[in-house]
Design a protein around this ligand. Structure first.
Ligand code: ZN
Length: 170
């Protein structure tokens, strides 16, 4: 297991639709464990495989950031099957550090997927947990939370990150 680098805004993998996982093999197992370690180290409440530059449909979520084992959720090929209500709250992303913006998300969701043993899971989530699931599923569809902002705001943030990436290359 290893803590891996989280790719940042501007990286092409972040805007790609991730591919479904057909077999939960050793490679997926290792990816999931690296994601958990990286998410806990960041620290973050959730992570998606594309953020480690792996364009596959896998997410990890842990509102306790490693405090409670029961809070850790790994979902293969997650799919939102129900959404209701709306909550506007500030949100951030490990791939867009230091940017926090108010974003509308459903208050309640139902999400389906497989665990690492290939067992079907259906989870009902509200408020913050629902928000984190929606955020991570968006990553699998090449969507970032700033995509919901006005294009003016979005372009400002993108410009800022372009500058940062250029200065770190020097
Ligand atoms: Zn994110």
């Amino acid at each position: 297991m290893a803590v891996l680098e989280i790719i940042k805004l501007g990286h092409p993998t972040l805007s790609k639709k991730a591919a479904s996982i057909q077999h939960i093999d050793e490679e997926i197992f290792e990816l999931a464990h690296n994601m958990i370690e990286t998410m806990h180290a960041a620290p973050g409440l959730g992570l998606s495989a594309p953020q480690l530059d792996v364009s596959r449909r896998l997410i990890t979520v842990d509102l306790s950031i490693g405090e409670n084992k029961e809070d850790l959720i790994v979902l293969v090929n997650p799919e939102l099957v129900h959404q209701e209500g709306q909550v506007i709250r500030e949100e951030g992303c490990l791939s867009i550090p230091e940017v926090y913006e108010k974003i509308a998300r459903p208050q309640k969701i139902v999400i389906k997927g497989l665990d690492l043993e290939g067992k079907e899971k259906e989870i009902e989530a509200t408020d913050l947990l629902a928000r984190v699931f929606c955020h991570e599923v968006d990553h699998l569809n090449g969507r970032l939370f700033i995509d919901g902002l006005s294009s003016l705001k979005k372009n400002l943030i993108k410009k800022r990150f372009k500058k940062k990436a250029e200065s770190s290359k020097r």
